[in-house]
Design a protein. Sequence first.
Length: 529
Amino acid sequence: MSPAARAETVFVNGNFLTMDADRSRVSALAVTGDRIVSVGAEAEALGEHPATTIVDVQGRTVVPGLIDAHAHIELMTYSRNFFGDVRELDADVILAQLGRQVAEAPAGTWIVLQGTFGQGFPTLSQLDAVAPDHPVAIRWSMHKYQLNSAAMRVSGISSRTVAPPGSRIQRDSSGRPTGVLEEGWDLLAWEAPVSAILAPLLEQTLREHFLANGVTTVNEVAASAAGVRAFRHLAGQRTIPRIGLALTCGPGHQALTSAEQLPALGIETGFGDDWCQIQGLKIFLDGGRDGALRSSGLSGPADGWGLLSRTPQTLAQEVTVAVEGGVQVWVHAIGDLAQEIAVSAVEQAVRANPGTPHRTRIEHLTNEMYAPERLHRLLAAGGIAVPNPGLIVAEPSDPGDRLPPGVPKYALRTLLDAGGIVPGNSDTSGAQPFTCNPWYVMGCMLTRQNKHGVVLDPAEALTVDEALSSFTRDAAYATSQERSRGTLEPGKLADFVVIDQDPYADGVDIASTRALATVVGGHVLHGSV
Ligand SMILES: [Zn+2]
């Protein structure tokens, strides 16, 4: 292509927030193919690249396409399309709704209901009374379920079943399962949809919850082979955001691969194309918030301890092999002991691979802080902490009821002050679908308010610029995509969002921002410019 090649489109009369290192604002942006070729004043952008099409943005604000660094699109799609919604409902209302579903569905049909964190659910015996012949699972989050007896029966869960490493079948004092299952979705005989059924539903989730909010890249914790196939298919159609896939490593739930497999095949982070690429590996080390491996939980019998899917040695070996093979690892670690095992694994992997670049992530680190020293060790080893500010909303009215005392929680300011970044993410599998809206999560970063109106550690709040960086620059870096995404600069992908307000303007509530048009690779995939 000659340097005088014409830009196909020049967008003019805009308030483009480039999010470059100087936070430059420009009025025009030129696009050729799927790339930005210049940004600047209108005369410059037009002069350098005479356009075939000129689009007037009418003074509106434009930001780089938003990047979600950790999402569960497939699980959320199950929740939207196959589960009944019982979020925030009382137990008796849930039972009434369940009764109606039981009356309509043939015996033996699974009924799965979606609740939310900390909600009170009907007990095993209450569920059995209403649904003796239908397997029922009610979901707090992907980490924890309340089952009825029929669900346990058809899934082969009995008093004699020993849960696999990292999961738990809770029991009463006589040893009988109570129906509460942690990290055990894979143990259930619920039949997951095949790709052909899943693909249009994933597309709908991606359009309504991601493109509609200005998200142009989503990094997904892949939940099944059918899902991977469906994402690959959709990416070929160019109608969804760009997808990065983190493949979950067994042992543990949603297992799709092992740490050795991708390096053995020569598959590194970034394998694929701009629309769908392998991001890396996801390792669930401990459980969800109730099954987190905390030192404070070790005082009673071991069947009540936090969960652990593998030994410290196994994790260190997995991270070492991945770093050597150029594969990024995301380690889920919530409790202090799990975080210690994870940080230590990163340190061992770095010692074994001196000088090898890596961006090993610890997911959820700084949601629950215990000791800032551990964060400093991770950052010194080249790792990345990925907190989830959208979960602040789910904390109880007295956050001290759940969170360990002493150090700040959702310690975003502490993380930035230590030299880290805050990669923006939704991290919901359906319990809080509203966190798929990055503007909502940015609001959480600023206000830090839970659903009871309690503000958590206000000194940890971020600024508007830091919140916007989180879903652009920081999320791009955390997914090794900063060369092609995260700012509006020449050479990068033409992914951007036209929004209805300037988030930096005085008095603006960032959470209320709406995406008027979402452009991916120069094509408008949501709204209109
Ligand atoms: Zn997650």
